[in-house]
Design a binder for this molecule. Structure first.
Ligand SMILES: Cc1cc2nc3c(=O)[nH]c(=O)nc-3n(C[C@H](O)[C@H](O)[C@H](O)COP(=O)(O)OP(=O)(O)OC[C@H]3O[C@@H](n4cnc5c(N)ncnc54)[C@H](O)[C@@H]3O)c2cc1C
Length: 302
């Protein structure tokens, strides 16, 4: 992919554009090589301008909080786009409706809803992602998902066209949605119910406690590696892994968390290939022992 003319043409942009940028620090796994271009738009106009200039000449990957992605150690032959703080605005539309930029962290959205006595957003306090990632993944926990609170999504396509998509046009399923991969979500509108702040606060504390008991914190991980194979068995993926894989298995510094065996962790300086070997090893062992095919929840970016 030739980026020479991009380097020339973006000189008057106010947004951050870096070439051969290290991706490690952009994600929770703390793994990954460089990307040919890293673009952090400061305004919608510059995002549109960049997309028109780039004109789909190479890959485009949009990163949110980086809590669900695993980047290869090779050079990413394209652009990684991360929305700047300017896309993290949050405001109240009426007493139960919130509009939030895609860069807003789930926990900030949950807090904002609590401060405004809006219930239904409590589960978001347990997810370390952003609104953009949450839409793409239909993220959720404790039997609640993005699809339960979202009413529309504002997006831009890879050629710079902006539009709004109501959720009756979106098919949300378990940890995925059918919106095209070439869309960048800009913001979303959410709706909850009136609820007393104190009650919301109590629920958030209780959910966080539950989560803290079963999942590791302060580790380099992408959360659940595999999805629960809902259509194949009633068993949870962690049960299948514990039946099939001997504990303590690791490849280099890529290991299985001792607290939750579906969380894979970078114990220090794990390589992408180590993490992939671990993923494939667990997948093969589960298939061999149970006949169940596991699908990844984390997104591999090569
Ligand atoms: C400790 C830990 C606990 C976790 N617990 C949970 C949990 O309980 N429930 C759960 O569902 N997940 C959980 N996760 C996974 C993760 O937090 C969620 O999937 C989260 O919603 C991802 O958001 P993100 O902003 O980090 O997205 P990223 O990881 O940056 O990206 C994920 C996907 O979303 C896309 N994306 C991100 N932003 C945009 C945008 N603006 N426009 C278009 N596409 C975009 C990316 O291209 C990618 O395909 C956990 C992860 C960790 C590390």
């Amino acid at each position: 992919m030739n980026i020479g003319d991009i380097e020339k043409n973006v000189k008057n942009f106010n947004s951050k554009i870096l070439f051969y940028y290290e991706l490690k620090k952009t994600n929770w796994f703390n793994i990954g090589g460089k990307t040919k271009i890293f673009f952090k738009p400061e305004t919608l106009q510059e995002l549109i301008g960049f997309l028109k200039l780039y004109n789909e000449r190479g890959k485009i990957f949009i990163i949110g909080a980086g809590s669900n992605v695993l980047f290869s150690d090779n050079i990413f032959n394209g652009v990684v786009i991360k929305l700047s703080k300017k896309f993290s605005k949050i405001s109240l539309l009426n007493n139960t409706t919130i509009i939030a930029g895609s860069g807003v962290l789930d926990k900030s959205l949950s807090e904002f809803a609590m401060e405004n006595n809006i219930g239904g957003f409590e589960f978001l306090s347990c997810i370390p992602g952003s609104v953009g990632g949450g839409i793409r993944m239909n993220s959720g926990c404790f039997k609640r998902e993005f699809k339960n609170i979202i009413i529309s999504v504002q997006a831009i396509d890879s050629l710079g066209k902006v539009f709004t998509i109501p959720t009756n046009k979106i098919n949300f399923e378990y940890r995925k949605c059918d919106l095209s991969d070439n869309l960048i979500f800009l913001s979303a509108t959410f709706m909850g119910q009136i609820k007393e702040k104190n009650k919301i606060q109590q629920e958030i504390i209780s959910l966080k406690n539950k989560k803290g008991l079963s999942q590791p914190t302060k580790v380099k991980t992408g959360g659940s590696t595999f999805k629960n194979p809902l259509n194949q068995t009633d068993k949870k993926v962690w049960e299948l892994i514990s039946e099939s894989v001997t504990s303590g298995i690791h490849f280099g510094e890529a290991a299985i968390s001792e607290k939750h065996n579906n969380f894979f962790v970078n114990k220090g300086n794990a390589k992408y290939e180590d993490m992939k070997k671990l993923i494939n090893y667990v997948k093969d062992k589960v298939m061999l022992k149970t006949g169940i095919k596991l699908d990844l929840e984390i997104i591999l970016v090569e």
